[in-house]
Write a protein that binds this ligand. Structure first.
Ligand SMILES: [Zn+2]
Length: 241
C-alpha cells in the first residue's frame, strides 16, 4: 500500500521513473544481451553526489568492479580529466567501462520535491542539500559564488548553474528544474572528459547510464529516471579525431 502510494507520487513528477534496483538489473541485462559485454570484466565509475543517501543506489551495481568515485557535491565529476584517465587505466584487460552518473532529489510521501525524511530523523531535510542550497542562493539575484579553496565544490557547482539562473527561477518547479539542469551539466562534462581522455582507454566500449536518482524514505528503494543509456564505441571515437 505504502509502496503503491509512493510510486504514484514519484510518477506524478517523473512518469518514467523506475525502481533503482530494477533499473540496474534492466541495464546490466542490456549490456550483456544486446551489446555482448562481459559483465565479469567491467569496471564502474560513479559521478553522483557525495551524500550518504546515494550509496544504496550505487550498490545495486555491486556485481561490477569499483566504483571509481568521480563525483562530488551535486554529482559533478570533480575528479576531472585526471580522474577519467586513472579510471581508464584501471579497467580489467579485455574488459569494459561503465559510468553511472547524475544528480539526486528527495521526495516525501506528501509530494514535496527536494525534501526527504532521512533515516532516524524526525524532520525532513533537503536532498540534494548542495542543490537546494544553491537554489536558495540563486534566488537572490545579486548573489555571485566566489571560488575559494575551502568551499571549492559548492562554489563551482553554483558557478556552473549561474547561466541557467533565470530558466530555473522561471520554472513552475524550481527544485525539479535545478536538478534537471545539473543533469545536463554532468552529462556534458562526462562526455567532454571521455572525449578528451579517449586515447587513455585500452578497451572497446564505455557504457553510460545517466539520469536522476530519486531518494524516497520509509525503507523503500530509490527510484531512477534514465536520461541516457549509451554504449560508446571507443575505436570509432578515436577514429573521428
Ligand atoms: Zn546531494
Amino acid at each position: 500500500m505504502l509502496q503503491r502510494k509512493f510510486d504514484d507520487v514519484v510518477k506524478s513528477y517523473f512518469p518514467d521513473a523506475m525502481d533503482a534496483k530494477d533499473t540496474s538489473i534492466h541495464y546490466l541485462g542490456k549490456m550483456q544481451l544486446d551489446h555482448n559485454i562481459d559483465i565479469s570484466k567491467v569496471l564502474m565509475a560513479t559521478s553522483v553526489c557525495s551524500d550518504d543517501i546515494n550509496v544504496p543506489s550505487t550498490t545495486f551495481f555491486n556485481v561490477l568492479f569499483g566504483p571509481f568515485v568521480m563525483g562530488g557535491l551535486g554529482g559533478l565529476p570533480f575528479a576531472g580529466q585526471t580522474g577519467m584517465t586513472a579510471f581508464a587505466h584501471h579497467i580489467p584487460d579485455n574488459g569494459s567501462a561503465f559510468i553511472f552518473y547524475g544528480p539526486h532529489i528527495g521526495i516525501t510521501q506528501d509530494g514535496q520535491l527536494g525534501k526527504m525524511y532521512r533515516p532516524r530523523q524526525e524532520e525532513t531535510g533537503n536532498s540534494c542539500g548542495a542543490l537546494m542550497l544553491a537554489l536558495d542562493r540563486l534566488q537572490d539575484c545579486s548573489y555571485k559564488p566566489v571560488i575559494n579553496d575551502d568551499d571549492y565544490q559548492q562554489m563551482k557547482l553554483e558557478e556552473s548553474l549561474l547561466s541557467y539562473r533565470e530558466e530555473i527561477l522561471d520554472s513552475s518547479n524550481q527544485q525539479k528544474a535545478i536538478t534537471e539542469k545539473t543533469y545536463d551539466i554532468i552529462d556534458k562534462k562526462i562526455h567532454d572528459h571521455i572525449n578528451a581522455c579517449k586515447n587513455e582507454f585500452h578497451v572497446d566500449t564505455v557504457t553510460l547510464l545517466g539520469g536522476i536518482i530519486i531518494n524516497t524514505d520509509n525503507g523503500l528503494d530509490d527510484y531512477f529516471v534514465t536520461k541516457n543509456f549509451e554504449v560508446i564505441d571507443l575505436n570509432k571515437l578515436k577514429a573521428e579525431a
